[in-house]
Design a protein around this ligand. Sequence first.
Ligand SMILES: [Fe+2]
Length: 443
Amino acid sequence: MSSSRHIPLVTYVRRTLVARLAFMAAAIALGMAALAYMAEERMMAREVVVEAQIGIEELTDRTRELMVMDNLQPRAAFRKTLAELSAARPKRRNGKVVFAGFSMPGIEGAEEYLDRSFVLHQAVWDYVHSRSTPHAEAGEAWSRTTVIADLLCVHAVLPLGDSARNETGRAEIVFVPSPEILAAMNRKSLLTAGIVVLITLATTGLLYPVVLRLTDRLVAFSRNMQAANFETLSLLGCVVAKRDSDTDDHNYRVTLYALHTGAAMGLDADQMRALTKGAFLHDVGKIAIRDDILLKPGRLTREEFEIMKTHVRHGLDVIDRSTWLRDARDVVGGHHEKFDGEGYPGRLEGADIPLTARVFAVADVFDALTSRRPYKAPLSRAEALGILIRGRGRHFDPEVVDVFASMAKDLHERYAHKTGSDLKAELIDMSWRYFQADAETLV
Ligand SMILES: [Fe+2]
């Protein structure tokens, strides 16, 4: 049974809608923000690589310059460049080269420069010497971003060649972007992520009234449908009552007794809806029984009783014409079965009789016994309960009798003397919550 059974449907739908929209907006905003942040991080890494490439190009350009000007071999030229770098410690505005090395394929040893003023210089040194020099295709530069001691760095390799463009060595550097540029880039990433979150939330906020309006219309439509279905129940029950020279009161009262008993036994919303429909329509098949049998004041003959018993089959024929009424089948088809298997039409026994039919049977007999009919006076509550209790395990499910008996006084005092519109209002009030549970599947 729905936990929201006491909340008006429109309130329930709105609350559910708000909760789901908020959850979806938050999930989408977080997801989009994470994607935007990652995209910015990638762009940031690319920008750092560009900065590093500028740094290494300055280094290699100077080396080539020295090779030409001083007619030096690449290794000697690079050594001189490193000496200049060491002396000048040039810094780029956006970062600096903290390690530079020169090596020649097949020759042991390398010229290396380490900026010892850099606070993490030892970590950089360890990083460079903890792995072999990355392979770079001859004549092609290679670079990648890496993290050394939680700091974003660029590790790059650039081939150096002689005047004939033969690779005669390779330069390797580690470039560290400045804290300022890292902070600026981080701010940019966060700002982009924040803008994405705001756009997502604003879009959801703009869509909310539109979705709400559509949902309200859907709820109103659903309520109208439910009301029309409920009227169909009421109308069919009334038709049978008129045919049987009875009033609607029995239908309303027996349905209320059955619903209270079902609720006390923990039936779920589906079962309660089936019980409501079945209680209203249990005798709808009587419409097909001849007047001389249906309205006969005295005892029916054996043949007449056999015809009267067919009202169950006729009832099933009627409700099978409606998809919405089909769940009343258990009560309509099983309301004359008896717990000991002596009932009709299926001679079902015990738990083989649907629970809703067992609940209804107790409510139906109690109301029939305690109601005034043209041919009999009402029995007292105690007399009627005595009959039910004597029928425990024979006519009735013992558990249902026990539950009903525990509530019989309250139910009888509350409903026995009410009639017509009062009973109808009570029934609509009580049963709507179960039909509302059906409508709650809208959201
Ligand atoms: Fe019946």
